[in-house]
Every structure is written in C-alpha cells, then in structure tokens.
Design a protein around this ligand. Structure first.
Ligand code: TRP
Length: 449
C-alpha cells in the first residue's frame, strides 16, 4: 500500500468516533418514535436485549475482521482466505457492502440536510431575514438539494483530513457537545406540564407486548441500523484500532454508549410528545396512532417549539443542532467506507477520494430528491430491510467460518492476553458461526411474510 494507514491515536478517540458513527438520527429519532408506537417500555426492554445478544456479537465480527486484515472492506474480506472461491465471495460481499453504504449515505444526507434547514430557519427568523426563513421552510427541490449539498461538503471535508485529524478530531469535539445539548433539552422539557405522562409511557413496559413478533423485528432492525452494522463501517473503524486495544471491551463500550444514547434520547422525545399533547397540538393521527414518522420531527416538534414563545426558538435551534451534529458524525463513517477503498485499492489521494465519492453520492441524493415519491422509501427499504441483515449474516459467516479459530484467537488476544479464559471466548466463536446467522435469517424471513 503506497500511503501509510491512519490510526486512532487513543482509546477514547476510537470510542468517540465509533459512538459518533453509531449515535445518529437512528438513536434520537428512530428509537424513541419506534418505542412510542410499539408499547413504550416493552420496546425498550426487547431492544436492549437484542442489542447485546445479537448486535454486539455481529459488531465484534466486524471489528475483529477489520483489525485482523487492516484494510478496507473489499480487500479485508478478499484476503481472509487463500482459497480462490472464498476470495471471490469476499470480493463480492465487499463490493455489495460498499454499494449499500453508498446508498444509505445518499438518503441519510438528504434527511441530515433537512435537519440543517430546520436549524437555520429559526436563526434566520432571529436575524429578521424573513425571505430566507420562508425559503428554508419551503420543501422545494432547490432547498433540499442545497442543504443536502452543504451536509455532503461538511462530510467530505472531515473525511478528506484523514483518521486522526478528521474523524477522530471532529468526533471528539462534537460528541460531548451533542451530549450536553441533549441533557440541556431533557431538563427543559421535563419541567413542562405533561412531561411526566410521557415518561411513564416510555418507562413502564406493557408486558403483553414483549413477545409481539412485529415488535421484536422492529427492535432488531433498529439495533442493526443503530450500531451501523453490515456495511463495513465498523470494520474500517476496527482496522484503525491499535494492536494494544482490547477488542471485546471496546465493542461493549460502543454498544453501551449507543444504547445509552438511544435510551437518553427517549427521555427527551417521549416527554416532548406528551408536552405537545398537553398544549393542544395534535400528536395522534385520526386512527389513534401516535404520529411517529417525519411528521413528528417536522410538524409536531416545531409546533411545540412555536408554542413556547421566544424561548421556543432557542430550543428549536438547540434541538436541530443536536440532530445535525448526530447526523454528521454518522455520515462521515459511511463516507469512509468508499473512500478507504479508493485510497487503498486505487492509490487515489484521500482528499481526491473524498471529493469523488462525496460527489457521486451527492448526485445519487439529487436523483432521489428529484424522484422523491418513487425512490426515497424504496432506497431505505432496499438498504436497511434487505441489504443490512443479509450483509450482516455474510460478515458473521466470514468471521466464524472463513477466519480460523487460531487466527481469531491470535487477533483477539492482542490487547487482551487472557482472552482464552474468558466467557467471551467460550461463547462468541460458536455464536458468530451458528447463532447469529440463524437468528438473523429467522427474523429476516419473518419480515418477508
Ligand atoms: N447508526 C447511525 C444512526 O443510528 C447511522 C449509520 C452510520 C449507519 N453508519 C451506518 C447505518 C452504517 C447503517 C450502516 O443513525
């Protein structure tokens, strides 16, 4: 490889970067609203359970392959075995992973752009720039294209700077800020009338719901999306980890940070919905369901902020800053997947690779915005409902069947010499070979019915 590979400079740098990838719109928007429409506390319990018993082992598969191979997803999977059909299978899965990452980013950047627009709109109002405010509030093609373009430029600019100065430096700055804004907003919302019923709906599980197959399926999808699994994001981050770092412990920390953030975001969103309800804002659809999709974020919450007078616009600014930052640190991890391929396989320089991949993805986003009705949901379903679980199975199979036990043990015992005597080593290799693929297939089949 012509250029030296980047590396995270510290444990905490890796943790914040990996948590930055994991914590995104999926945590702050997806998780709380899914919990709200799926039995509240019951969803929370099932989600936490699945995150640790299924998503964590799959995360470990990606981190281990990444650090073992020290390469981008295609080169890594291709190089795990010297057998030519295993190599070809690796190359195929690697290319599919890059393609799915590219398409996930192309819709993610659109949604992230909306967050930027909602962030700038109350700022424009504060500056009395009424025309700008009206333009930002109107969901025109030009507005969507411009804010998505801005998000894409920010993402590419960070990735162009490399692992330590780009991904690590920016995640280390943005993640604490994200947490501070989230806590500030929670405190503010919890003292509003109505907040406590939201808290009760969130935290008290409806036991009858615990075994509902639909709920289990949504919780699994949520756990996979939230931990950024299946497309090689965690694989490439793992490849930048130092040999001295303890992989199983890093994986647990990332899972804890991700689920912890999702849980905490629920403490904001669910009470906010009930505060809006107490203020007479419609939060239930005519059929009696909680409004959960885009309407929650772009109608219910803005209406709530409006009803709070002049403090409300500051709350809105803080809330959408929170969303934009969370989206940005996730978007960079998605862009790193194709960029690392360009840099390592074709020896393109990082800044050029970031511009090229970022530019191509932006073009795809533009096509999606242009044919929004037909393409937007189709791309989301193809990538997250089909692509991610299938690739997740493939990655578990590569870690469990293609990498040999002694290779796994050698890799994992770097940074954790006593691994052979831990429960992790007794359970996990068997688990990624049989249990993870089987459970993912089962849930996947369920979803096809
Ligand atoms: N996990 C992020 C979220 O919760 C999104 C994300 C980043 C992602 N990288 C990914 C999702 C890779 C799937 C695959 O919003």
């Amino acid at each position: 490889m012509a250029q030296p590979r980047g590396q995270f400079s510290s444990k905490i740098g890796f943790l914040l970067a990996a948590a930055g990838s994991a914590v995104g719109l999926g945590n702050i928007w997806g998780f709380p609203t899914q919990a709200a429409s799926n039995g509240g506390g019951a969803f929370l319990v099932v989600y936490l359970f699945l995150a640790f018993i299924l998503a964590y082992p799959a995360l470990m598969a990606e981190l281990t392959i990444g650090r073992y191979a020290r390469a981008n997803v295609i080169t890594a999977l291709e190089g795990l075995s010297s057998n030519s059909s295993a190599r070809r299978a690796g190359q195929f899965v690697g290319i599919a992973a890059v393609a799915v990452a590219v398409f996930i980013l192309s819709f993610y950047a659109i949604v992230a752009g909306w967050m930027l627009a909602e962030f700038f709109s109350p700022l424009a109002a504060k500056l009395k720039a009424t025309n700008v405010e009206l333009w930002l509030d109107d969901t025109s093609f030009t507005r969507n294209a411009l804010v998505c373009g801005l998000m894409s430029i920010l993402t590419a600019a960070i990735i162009a700077r490399g692992v330590e100065k780009g991904i690590e430096a920016w995640s280390t700055r943005l993640m604490p800020l994200l947490f501070a804004i989230l806590l500030g907003l929670i405190v503010y919302v919890l003292i509003q009338p109505g907040a406590m019923s939201g808290l009760a709906a969130y935290l008290i599980p409806a036991p009858s719901q615990l075994l509902n197959p639909q709920l289990i399926l949504s919780a699994l999808g949520q756990a996979f999306f939230s931990l950024s699994l299946g497309v090689g994001t965690m694989l490439i981050y793992g490849s930048y980890l130092r040999d001295t770092d303890n992989l199983p412990r890093m994986g647990v920390s990332v899972t804890l940070l991700d689920t912890g953030f999702a849980f905490t975001a629920g403490l904001l969103i669910l009470p906010a919905i009930y505060v809006a309800d107490a203020r007479g804002i419609a939060v239930f659809s005519e059929a009696g369901h909680l409004i959960a999709g885009p309407d929650l974020i772009f109608q219910v919450l803005p209406a709530l902020f409006d009803s709070m007078g002049s403090t409300g616009s500051w709350v809105a600014i803080a809330f959408f800053a929170l969303m934009s930052i969370a989206a940005l640190t996730s978007a960079i991890s998605l862009l790193e997947v194709p960029v690392s391929v360009c840099v390592e396989r074709w020896q393109i320089t990082r800044p050029t690779a970031a511009c090229l991949s970022g530019g191509l993805i932006f073009l795809i986003s533009l096509i999606i915005v242009w044919h929004f009705e037909t393409l937007f949901n189709a791309v989301i379903t193809a990538t997250t409902v089909y692509g991610q679980p299938l690739l997740g199975i493939a990655l578990c199979v590569f870690a469990g069947w293609v990498l040999h036990r002694h290779q796994l043990l050698k890799e994992l015992s770097q940074g954790h010499p006593e691994i052979e005597h831990t429960l992790f080593w007794k359970v996990w290799p068997f688990y990624v070979r049989f249990v993870c693929p089987a459970l993912i297939i089962l849930t996947f089949l369920q979803s096809l019915r």
